[in-house]
Each structure stands twice: as structure tokens, then as C-alpha cells.
Design a protein around this ligand. Structure first.
Ligand code: GTP
Ligand code: MG
Length: 199
């Protein structure tokens, strides 16, 4: 599948305020600064569709982008940004949960993990919550251009092994780089196939 047109539609802080025109939604979540907005731009081949920043905490609302008039990409704020005040962090976490648990159109949530690092406690807690709530998700290891090939393979494998301590089997796992485009085609193919199965 290829994306021909992607347009920003709206930012919301409550699921009740998301765009009224309903379409299937594929959302991107993960720790702050993991590369959600950059990956969305890479998928859409548009440099500044979603706002990115080298400082964590850039995306602070739920942003809907309409793709080819048929489905939405949803850019979510990151979780676990330690520098925010407790109140702000709670607000953002509430916004994320409200969207994830209440958006009827959410088809799949992509959980982004940095391929350079071990899973952190907040990643595992978040994934556990998804399991408990029955939210369908896939995993994406981001920023794969930042590590050498061998380290990348061993890091991804050890993180998958760690996840298998909690799950009997893993959902589809992708390895991407928004800088080189690695994993882009596979991800678009997967979204395309998922859209076909729900139509
Ligand atoms: P928040 O909105 O703050 O939660 O962050 P985010 O997850 O949307 O991250 P964002 O896309 O803004 O990227 C954070 C930083 O990582 C930026 O400086 C990006 O340029 C950089 N970055 C994102 N993806 C990649 C990647 O694949 N490779 C490299 N080398 N850098 C990346
Ligand atoms: Mg962002």
C-alpha cells in the first residue's frame, strides 16, 4: 500500500471531541521522544505533517491525520516524560487512556520502543495495561539507524525475549528507521492488509 494524501484534521484532548467524520484509526504510542511523530511523517512521505522535536514532550494532544480520505493515523502524546509536573503527566496519561479505551474506531495501536534501549518499567506497565484491557497492538522498534546491525539484532531479540516473559506469543513486530525508511513498506503493507480484512 502507498499513501497518496495525508492531511491534518484535528487535535483533541478528549475522545468525545475527535473528528466527527468516522474512519478506521491506527494510532502510534510510546515513550516521549521515541519517534512517533517522525515515523508518521516517514509513512506519509511528508516532512512536517506531525510536529517533531529533539526535546521530549512535543506532542501534547491527540492528533488525527486523514489518509487518502479513508482512514486515520493518530499521533498520541508520549508517556513517561519525567520532566513534566505530576499534574501534567497525569493529564496526558488520562488523555491517552481515554482515547485508547474509548475510541470505537481504533483498529490497532502501534507501541513504539527505542531499539537502542532495554524495555523500561513504564513500557512494560503500559503493555500490561493493554493486555488487561484487550487493546489490539503491534510493536515497532524505532531509530534502528542509530545502532550497528549486530547490536540491533541482539537488542531486538533480547527485548522480544523479555516480552515473552509476560506474553505467550508476541503480536507482529517491526523494526523501523524514519531516517532511512527501513520498515516503512512492511508497516504500510500490514496496515493495508488490516484495512482489507475489516472492510
Ligand atoms: P513526543 O511527541 O515528544 O512524545 O516525541 P515523539 O515520539 O513524537 O518523537 P519525535 O518524532 O518528535 O522524535 C524525537 C527525536 O528523535 C527527534 O529529534 C527526531 O529527529 C529523532 N528521531 C525520530 N525517529 C528517528 C529515527 O528513526 N532515527 C533517528 N536517528 N532519529 C530519529
Ligand atoms: Mg510526537
Amino acid at each position: 500500500m502507498e499513501i497518496h494524501q495525508a492531511v491534518f484534521v484535528a487535535s483533541s484532548t478528549r475522545v468525545a471531541d475527535k473528528p466527527k467524520e468516522l474512519h478506521p484509526e491506527f494510532a502510534f504510542i510510546g515513550r516521549s521522544n521515541v519517534g512517533k511523530s517522525s515515523l508518521i511523517n516517514c509513512l506519509c512521505n511528508k516532512k512536517s505533517l506531525a510536529r517533531t522535536s529533539s526535546t521530549p514532550g512535543k506532542t501534547q494532544c491527540v492528533n488525527h491525520f486523514l489518509v487518502d480520505g479513508k482512514w486515520y493515523i493518530v499521533d498520541l502524546p508520549g508517556y513517561g516524560f519525567a520532566k513534566l509536573s505530576k499534574k501534567m503527566r497525569e493529564n496526558i496519561e488520562g488523555m491517552i487512556k481515554d482515547y485508547i479505551l474509548n475510541s470505537q474506531e481504533l483498529v490497532l495501536l502501534f507501541v513504539l520502543l527505542d531499539s537502542r534501549h532495554k524495555l523500561l518499567k513504564n513500557d512494560l506497565e503500559f503493555l500490561t495495561m493493554l493486555g488487561e484491557e484487550g487493546v489490539p497492538f503491534s510493536i515497532i522498534f524505532t531509530k534502528s539507524d542509530k545502532v550497528g546491525k549486530n547490536i540491533l539484532v541482539s537488542r531486538v531479540e533480547s527485548n522480544k525475549k523479555e516480552l515473552l516473559n509476560y506474553w505467550e506469543e508476541l503480536p507482529p513486530v517491526f523494526v523501523t528507521s524514519s531516517h532511512t525508511g527501513k520498515g516503512r513498506e512492511e508497516l504500510l503493507e500490514y496496515i493495508g492488509n488490516t484495512l482489507t480484512t475489516i472492510n
